[in-house]
Write a protein that binds this ligand. Structure first.
Ligand code: ADP
Length: 542
């Protein structure tokens, strides 16, 4: 027997309808790409999204067509997502930090018909345009006054483009499983693969993020999503914040420590989210200038492991709670969040920070397990590590156009490519990415643990650990270090700092200093590059 409740499809435009009706005056504040700050209420965001929807519809953009965006976090990018999805078209977020060949590949693979782009990216688009075979028109996210001279095909200023349509338009209705967004994973090997979100998965994921047990947002919150819209749905904030009626502060193009600090303070931000490298910049800026944080309550840190020194600096020095989170593009993207469960509320000092180093437990809608290589489930004792697998209504079931074939096991779980432990309280901790773990004499060493420890040294700004070939042990860890400006740490002082804090056989065999560590398009340490650089490196122990 079926229940007798209404069939109310979970469509993305219902979020902006709700925000406009219940929180219409609440603002989206942006640092515009043109420079000045800009404010708009949710009711106007909806009106402008409707105008874009109408204009796209008039231009022949239909259900399932891809409209690409190459843009920073601003109100225009946000409203564009709602406008595009409101007619059943698909936003395809292009990460500008990808290599040029990768951008060309994914845009042709996606068959994007229109590209909406920020002024910043006009030179890049002009360079790539001859190779973008499906783009019919370039819409530049600015007004007529700032419109540059450009060779881009059918180029038009966004404000003129939507200015030709009015908002007297109704969202289209369609199945909630209709595709809504497309985001390619950066793909350290092979071509990037397309993750295709649906209206249903995005709405369910945002609902799952609303409780305090996940991200937790209220209409009184002022949220700064530093994580870009092009990085895995801005961790759902583009949907969850309007759903909650929270004020959004959009940072535009400037993500350095000084700019982030200014935004946090002048906009009384209460909640923010970003990858560790961004927070590293903010913490360094505050250390140099002695500036404080007066309104920020919580920061969400994920995308790479959050070092202990970072958590302790935020909590002990600046009074800001750190919530470690883990996820991936294929998971919409949040898969675990590290809040302290009441039964662990007694933890203090080191024991508390040990817990906070974990990536956390799964919010509702995520199920996880760890298995060995043959797929057998492993014990959740907090010590045994295995391949981390996940399932849920906002986890990928396959990649766009079937790339990569079947990606689920017999029970419908997706292999994350991460190696992890799960403890009896349900907390998951990432040991490493399967391909980054260091295999020494048949045992595994976690590169993440060593990196987290090394950045606790007062003179170390950033650290990366890779496995280097060793005649006896197969691989041994090499620690690559970037020193803090003005500091001159030695190999010996760093090793002495690590000694006794980890098992003896985990100790790096050598330390090298570099001016800079390479990062991927999503802010992760690019281990493949580092491994290439140190391919022929001879360890003193070899
Ligand atoms: P990419 O396209 O670069 O893979 P994703 O954001 O999808 O971008 O990357 C997901 C991966 O990032 C995860 O599989 C995991 O290895 C890593 N990751 C994300 N969050 C964390 C975290 N808190 N700690 C450790 N690793 C993390």
């Amino acid at each position: 027997m079926l229940g007798l409740m209404q069939d109310w499809p979970l469509l993305i435009h219902k979020i902006i309808d709700h925000a406009a009706r219940q929180h219409g005056a609440r603002k989206v504040v942006s640092r515009s790409v043109e420079g000045p700050m800009h404010e708009i209420g949710y009711a106007d965001v909806r009106r402008r999204a409707l105008r874009l929807a109408r204009r796209l519809d008039a231009d022949g953009i239909r259900l399932g067509d891809r409209v690409a965006t190459l843009a920073w976090n601003t109100w225009r990018h946000l409203e564009a997502w709602y406008g595009i999805t409101g007619i059943g078209a698909i936003y395809h977020t292009v990460n500008p930090r990808l290599f040029e060949d990768q951008i060309v590949y994914i845009m042709n693979h996606a068959e994007d018909r229109i590209l909406l782009l920020d002024l910043t990216f006009v030179p890049l688009a002009e360079k790539l345009a001859p190779r973008l075979t499906t783009v019919e028109r370039y819409v530049i996210l600015t007004d007529a006054a700032h419109m540059p001279k450009t060779s881009l095909k059918n180029a038009v200023a966004y404000e003129d483009y939507i200015g030709e349509a009015d908002e007297d338009f109704a969202w289209r209705e369609f199945d909630e499983r209709t595709a809504a967004g497309l985001c390619y994973t950066s793909g350290t090997t092979g071509h990037p693969k397309g993750v295709l979100y649906s209206h249903r998965s995005n709405v369910l994921h945002a609902l799952a993020m609303l409780p305090l047990e996940a991200i937790g947002l209220a209409s009184s919150d002022r949220v700064l999503p530093i994580v870009p819209l092009f990085h895995a749905n801005s961790w759902s904030l583009a949907f969850a914040a309007p759903m909650a009626g929270a004020t959004m502060i959009m940072p535009g193009a400037r993500l350095d420590g000084a700019s982030v600090h200014e935004l946090l303070e002048t906009n009384a931000v209460t909640v923010s989210a970003a990858v560790p490298t961004v927070w590293l910049g903010l913490l360094a800026y505050m250390e140099q200038t002695g500036k404080r944080l007066t309104t920020l309550k919580r920061v969400y840190i994920g995308g790479s492991a959050c070092p202990r020194a970072m958590t302790e600096a935020f909590e002990k020095k600046y009074g800001v709670t750190v919530v470690h989170a883990w996820g991936m593009t294929e998971m919409s993207p949040i898969g675990s969040v590290c809040h302290v469960k009441p039964e662990l509320g007694h933890l203090r000092d080191d024991a508390l920070y040990d817990l906070k180093m974990k990536q956390g437990y799964a919010p509702f809608t995520i199920e996880m397990k760890i298995t060995d290589d043959s797929g057998r489930a492993l014990p959740e004792d907090g010590k045994t590590f295995g391949r981390l697998k996940v399932r849920g209504p906002a986890v990928s079931s396959g990649y766009f156009r079937g790339e990569g074939g079947n990606i689920l096991d017999g029970e419908g779980y997706f292999d994350t490519g991460d190696v992890a432990t799960i403890d009896p309280d349900g907390y998951m901790q990432i040991t490493d990415r399967a391909k980054d773990v260091i295999k020494s004499g048949g045992e595994w060493i976690s590169s993440i643990d060593l990196e987290n420890l090394a950045v606790g040294h007062p003179d170390v700004a950033e650290a990366a650990v890779i496995g280097v070939r060793h005649p006896k042990w197969d691989e041994r860890p090499l620690l690559v270090v970037v020193a803090k400006p003005g500091a001159n740490p030695t190999r010996e002082s760093i090793l002495a700092y690590m000694e006794g804090r980890i098992a003896k056989w985990w100790m790096p065999d050598d330390v090298v200093f570099v001016p800079e560590i390479p990062h991927t398009a999503t802010g992760k340490i690019q281990k493949t590059e580092l491994r290439k650089t140190f391919e022929a490196y001879r360890l003193p122990t070899a």
